[in-house]
Design a protein around this ligand. Structure first.
Ligand SMILES: *Cc1c(COP(=O)(O)O)cnc(C)c1O
Length: 374
């Protein structure tokens, strides 16, 4: 279908082409190029962090952060049940175990008030994961981390430009990460970054992203990691994108408002929360959740939307329901009612930065049509 509306289309009409041409003209294309350091500096400074370590994607950033903190066998890391696999995988790869927390039905984020009951003497860290555009209740978690001497990893993959009580997401806890996948507010095609204020952690991350080469003996290894290097080509795109972050956030908020005004009368849909005491939504993507009266699940709605020429995605699938973890004997008797509901009833509609108002109008008509028929 030629006029199919994709679920995401990025906006690349700033200085991306100019900076990319500079890479090609100068021959600097690898991770050694000058844009990488410049992007690390500007991105980390934008969230008030001392150090930025650019890596190949957001998943690699999580793995780097978890390894840098020395998390391993016998440790437990508290995190939401409802999130992307990257969060749990970064933990299980080290031999540590994720301990899961249910979600809030309205903000879709991990419930901070259920964390304390899950802390044991094995708990080493809490992973904060801000989902879909609103931050987690950070202050409560930082207070717990203080009380129980826990490390805090902040997954701000979807939170470029978002703040919590005025402070930037990506500035909380020991270490934070970003993703630059094309559906994030800033993209480099593929890419990610770890940010921190600790010199020691920053140096560990630099080593981990580069095969754990030793500083003084390059091909001798005390530890194993991976090749997570980030290229000058990616950094060129990232710098051009970062120049427009404020504009992108404004645009996302305008899109959120546009959808909300026109979808609020539709029966059977819960819309994203526009604002809380601590933040205004930045709509990483525009998510919708079917209400209890609707029999259909998100997959059925997604199929119908495709027939209308509209791209969509279901929400994440819960960690405790992942076949790979069940087979390994993890989370066997666990249930998280709200997380399970979101995973079955949540989906998101086209909300990329290149989306036009005419396309949004078509999406709105399509959603109304599909909902009328359920
Ligand atoms: C996108 C995302 C990631 C993973 O980033 P990739 O760059 O796709 O590897 C991690 N956590 C969250 C919350 C994300 O949305």
């Amino acid at each position: 279908m030629s006029d199919f509306i994709p679920v995401n289309e990025p906006l690349l009409n700033g200085n991306e082409k100019k900076y990319l041409c500079e890479c090609i003209d100068t021959g600097w294309i690898s991770s050694e190029g000058p844009f990488v350091k410049e992007f690390e500096k500007k991105m980390s400074a934008s969230v008030n962090r001392e150090y930025g370590i650019a890596v190949s994607n957001g998943t690699a950033a999580l793995e780097t952060a978890v390894q840098a903190l020395g998390i391993g066998e016998g440790d437990e890391v508290i995190m939401p049940a409802f999130t992307i696999i990257s969060c749990a995988m970064a933990v299980t790869k080290t031999g540590a175990v994720p301990v899961l927390i249910d979600s809030d039905v309205h903000t879709w984020n991990m419930k901070a008030d259920e964390i304390e009951a899950k802390i044991t003497d094995r708990t080493k860290a809490v992973m904060i994961v801000h989902l879909y555009g609103l931050p987690v209740e950070v202050n409560e978690i930082l207070a717990l981390a203080d009380k129980y001497h826990l490390k805090v990893i902040e997954d701000a993959a979807e939170m470029h430009g978002q703040t919590y009580y005025g402070k930037p997401c990506g500035s909380f806890g020991d270490i934070s990460i970003f993703s630059f996948y094309p559906n994030k507010h800033i993209t480099t095609g593929e890419g990610g970054m770890v940010v921190t204020d600790s010199k020691e952690l920053a140096e560990r991350c630099q080593m981990i992203r580069n095969l754990c080469f030793k500083k003084d003996a390059r091909y001798v290894h005390d530890e194993l990691s991976d090749n997570y290097r980030f290229t000058n080509l990616q950094a060129a795109v990232g710098l051009a994108q970062l120049e427009r972050l404020d504009e992108f956030i404004e645009r996302k908020r305008a899109m959120g408002k546009y959808y909300t005004e026109r979808l609020q009368e539709v029966k059977g849909l819960m819309l994203p929360v526009e604002k809380t005491e601590y933040a205004d939504n930045i709509y990483w993507v525009y998510g919708l959740v079917l209400t209890k009266e609707i029999q259909a699940d998100n997959r059925m709605v997604q199929k119908r939307l495709t027939e209308e020429g509209i791209g969509s995605r279901t929400f994440f699938w819960c960690m405790h329901e992942q076949p790979v973890y069940r087979r390994a004997g993890l989370f066997l008797d666990e249930t998280y009612v709200n997380a399970e509901y979101l995973a079955r009833k949540g989906f998101y509609i086209p909300s990329g930065l290149a989306l036009t108002e005419a396309q949004m109008d078509r999406v709105i008509l399509g959603v109304k049509h599909v909902m009328d028929q359920l």
